[in-house]
Every structure is written in C-alpha cells, then in structure tokens.
Design a protein around this ligand. Structure first.
Ligand code: AHR
Length: 503
C-alpha cells in the first residue's frame, strides 16, 4: 500500500478558525427561495411558509451566516420593494436571470428565516443600478433603533427591534461584464469607498466586504484588486473572492488538482491586500471573504434551454446541478484549503444553499434530500471549529493535465476547544488506498476514536429523491495505531483523535 505521513505540533498553528467560513448563500434565483426555503401550502410549511424539512437540513449543516439576496440579482434590486405589506409589493423584471420577481419573500421574511436557521444575515447592497443613498437607507432601516423615517418604517412593518445585520457586501461581482452597471476598478473603488463611508456613519459597528474579482482567471484579476483597494482600503474590512470549479474535460485527476489554484488565488489576493497596506502605511490588515464557491457546470446546457423557453418565468429550475461523488471530493478539498488558509479567509459562502448549485434539493410539493456535497460541508462545519494546525505532510505527488506537483494527500487539522483533534483528509489517488501515519506526539497520548469516509466506486454516482443515500459517509473500523490509518482510494476522510480518557 502507498504510504504518507503527517506531523502536527500543538505549538505550530495557523490561526483560530472563523466559524463564518462555513457560511452559505441564498439568492433570488431559480428555486432557491420559492419552493426552496419558502413554499406556503407545502404540507411541511410553517406559519410563515418556510419549509420545516429544509430548515431542519440547514440546521444540520450548522450554517453560521447566509449571504442574501444576491448575487447578480442584487445589482438590479430595490430593497424597498421587498418590505411592507406583501400585497403592495411590486413585481419586477429580474434582468440578471431573465425572470419575474414578485417580492413576496423579502427582507423581513429572510431575517425571520435566518433566525430559525440559527444563521446570521450577510446582506448585499445594490452598487449596480443604485448606489450610496439606497445603501445607507438600508442600514438605517435594518439597524437603527427608531425615530427616523426608515427605522420607523421597519417598526411599522412589524419589526420593533432592529435586525442588527453586522455583515454587508458592497455590491456583487462589479468587475464582471455581465453585471448590471458593472464598473472599472477605479469607478468601483470610488463608489465602494463613499458607500462604505455613509453606511458606517449610520452604524459604525458593521463590517463591509468589497468586491474582489469574480474569478481568478478573469482578465482584470490583480489589477482590479490593487486599483479598487487603493480607493477604499481604509473603509472596508474584507475583500471577496469567487471561485467555481468544473470538470468539463472529464478528467478526475486534473479536476481534483484544481483546488491548488484556489490556494494560489487566496495567497495572491492576500499579497495584493498587503501591498496596498504597505503603500498606505496602514495598520489594518484586510481579510478575505470567499463568499461564492462551489462546483458549477453540470446545469449549464440545461439552463440555456430553460432561458430560451421561459422568458420572465418564475420558480424556474435554474442552476440545478446534480452533484456526483467526485464533486463531493472537490468540495472537501476546498474546505481543506479554507481551513489551511484560516489566517486570511474569515468568511466563506458555499454558493448556494438550496436547489441552486446547492447541497440541499427539494421537489415542489415533495421531499427534500442531501446531494453528495452535503456531507463534507456538514462534517467540516461540525468538527472544523477551533485552531487550524500547521500540518507537515509527506506523500507522493503527481502531474495532471494542468497541474504539476499535486500532493496525493490533502489534509487540514483542527484542534477543538475540548482538546480533540480532527483530520480532514482527501486521498486524490483514484486507484490506490494510502496508509497514513500521524505523528502528533506533542499532544501527549492520543488515539483515533472514529474514522468516517466518503467513498464510492463510481465517481459519477449521485443522490436523488428516490435514492438519497447512494453517496453517504460510512464509519470505518478504528485503526489500531496512529501509524496505520488507511485512506481508501478517492476518498474524503474525517478522522477524530482524542486523549484516551476522553474517548
Ligand atoms: O451563484 C450564482 C451566480 O454566480 C451569482 O449570482 C453571481 O454572483 C455569480 O456569477
């Protein structure tokens, strides 16, 4: 059997993990909201029309923060349309997705839903068709106690207490030519700076995310970050990164190697932030928000047909990627990368949460089920809280179509408050199991108490409503020693270590 080893030392740490890296995203897009989280009339809908079966699964994922309401949608959205009596809310054309938005579900409904989901709200403002004025009004509406036009309107609309939304996005993907009223880096930097100024004057306790690049491969990458941060560095707290993976070439080895590029993306954005920091002699270090990430490509062709045949429709099954087993490995690898970059990545939003490129799927009037990617996300959110340890991994390496020097084993290690250590490990080797030996002697005596693995012989296996358990983690036999942890070929592994008396 192939062999690999990891050395962990309790004094070699990367950072405390910000739990918000396990966040997610709900956009007014496709069936994320309508027939996703909200379906009045469904037999499992609560008194507000929220599907209780979906809420239960969201709570299982333990999502600390949910970005809302977009996405591309937000760049043409009037937040005021989404508050007040439902019968007076206007229906509008959503130019981002070619659909009709009725605004039946809006800000108050989302805040209530997030509360039931035990999640904080990360709210995006429109810096496309709108700008600083509507953004500062939104903060006043959401967070000001009362006694002003907008805060009184919130109270009149039924929310006496402020929503106290702490995290705000200054627009969405403003570098993208597809974005409504997209901008040059300088234009965006200026408007982000002025918008941030007004928003923080209304509520100085909020944190703001500036739009970084919508992808690592977009032509303006790098220049975009440097130029726009030059304008708004002092007023913002995070810069965003968006990353979607695909396996269009049907080359699993190369696909699984592609998270190496995410590491590169993160390091480069951090370096640009630090360059602007240095140039400005600033004391502030900007942190990163990977606020859209996932696999997205399975639904591309189907979406073209849906767009063609359903102009301005509602509740369309858009971006409904059906995820297979190899996608779950890719998602696991992304989580590992985020944990290993916990010193800079403080927010992460899996895009998205329900139905739209999502771990959770529903059928209108029907059931709910977990896609393959649900499982690594759930495990990381459950056991990936605490201190990210600096792992020294020794393993074989391979070369794929686009990547050199790819480690067969990718690993992150987290020490929890109770002293337990969890290893998240992907074995990228598609054919062979690897025997991992773990040197953790500085922690004193530790033993493996559980080893759950996600593996399927068919890389293309999927979960469906009829067969929801095709791809699911299984508990493996606990290895006898720390030197003989067997990682099945092509697998995601969650290995928990504890001191003997704690086990
Ligand atoms: O998540 C789907 C879309 O991807 C979002 O609306 C946009 O921000 C990104 O391009």
């Amino acid at each position: 059997m192939k062999k690999a080893s990891v050395i962990l030392d309790k004094d070699y740490t990367i950072s405390e993990i910000d739990q918000r890296i396990y966040g997610s995203f709900i956009e007014h897009l496709g069936r994320a909201v309508y027939t996703g989280i909200y379906e009045p009339g469904h037999r499992l809908a609560d008194e507000q029309g929220f599907r209780k079966d979906v809420l239960e699964m969201v709570r299982e994922l333990n999502v600390p923060v949910v970005r809302y309401p977009g996405g591309n949608f937000v760049s043409g959205f009037n937040w005021e349309d989404s508050v007040g009596p439902v019968e007076s809310r206007p229906a509008r054309l959503d130019l981002a997705w070619g659909t009709t938005e009725t605004n039946e579900f809006g800000l108050h409904e989302f805040v209530d839903w997030a509360k039931k989901a035990n999640a904080q709200v990360m709210y995006a403002v429109n810096l496309g068709t709108r700008g600083p004025d509507c953004a500062r009004n939104a903060v006043e509406y959401a967070n000001h106690k009362g006694g002003t036009y907008w805060s009184n309107l919130r109270i009149k609309n039924g929310a006496k207490e402020p929503f106290d939304i702490k995290l705000w996005c200054l627009g969405n993907e403003m570098d993208g030519p597809w974005q409504m009223c997209g901008k040059t880096a300088y234009e965006y930097g200026r408007v982000a700076n002025e918008t941030a100024k007004l928003m923080k004057l209304v509520d100085p306790s909020i944190e703001l995310v500036a739009c970084g690049s919508s992808s690592y491969r977009i032509k303006t990458f790098g220049e975009w970050e440097y130029t726009m941060l030059n304008e708004c560095y002092d007023r913002v707290d995070y810069v965003s990164l968006h990353r979607y993976f695909k396996n269009k070439e049907n080359d699993a080895e190369d696909y699984l190697a592609s998270t190496l590029e995410l590491d590169e993306f993160i390091h480069t954005v951090a370096a640009i932030c630090d360059a602007v920091k240095g140039k400005k002699h600033s004391k502030k270090t900007l942190q990163l928000s990977l606020d859209e990430w996932n696999v997205w490509y399975h639904s591309n062709e189907q979406d073209q047909e849906i767009f063609r045949d359903n102009a301005w429709g509602r509740k369309l099954p858009l971006l409904e990627d059906v995820y297979n087993f190899e996608d779950a490995l890719l998602v696991g690898l992304t989580l590992i990368s985020m944990i290993r970059n916990a010193d800079r990545v403080k927010i992460g939003c899996l895009a998205q949460l329900v139905n739209v490129i999502a771990p959770i799927m529903t059928r209108e009037g029907g059931g709910v089920w977990a896609q393959t990617i649900f499982y690594p996300v759930m495990a990381a959110s459950k056991y990936g809280r605490g201190i990210s340890l600096l792992p020294k991994v020794i393993c074989d390496r391979y070369t794929s179509r686009n990547f050199d020097d790819v480690p067969v084993i990718d690993l992150a290690a987290v020490q929890a408050e109770d002293g337990s250590v969890t290893l998240f490990v992907v074995n990228r080797d598609l054919k062979d199991a690897v025997e991992l030996s773990c040197d953790i002697r500085s922690f004193g005596e530790m033993r493996v108490v559980s080893h759950a693995a996600l593996h399927h012989d068919d890389m293309k296996a999927v979960n469906t409503e009829a067969h929801p358990d095709t791809v699911k983690p299984v508990e493996l036999a606990v290895p006898k020693s720390l030197d003989s942890i067997v990682l099945p070929a092509a697998s995601w592994n969650v290995i928990r270590l504890m001191k003997p008396m704690e086990g």
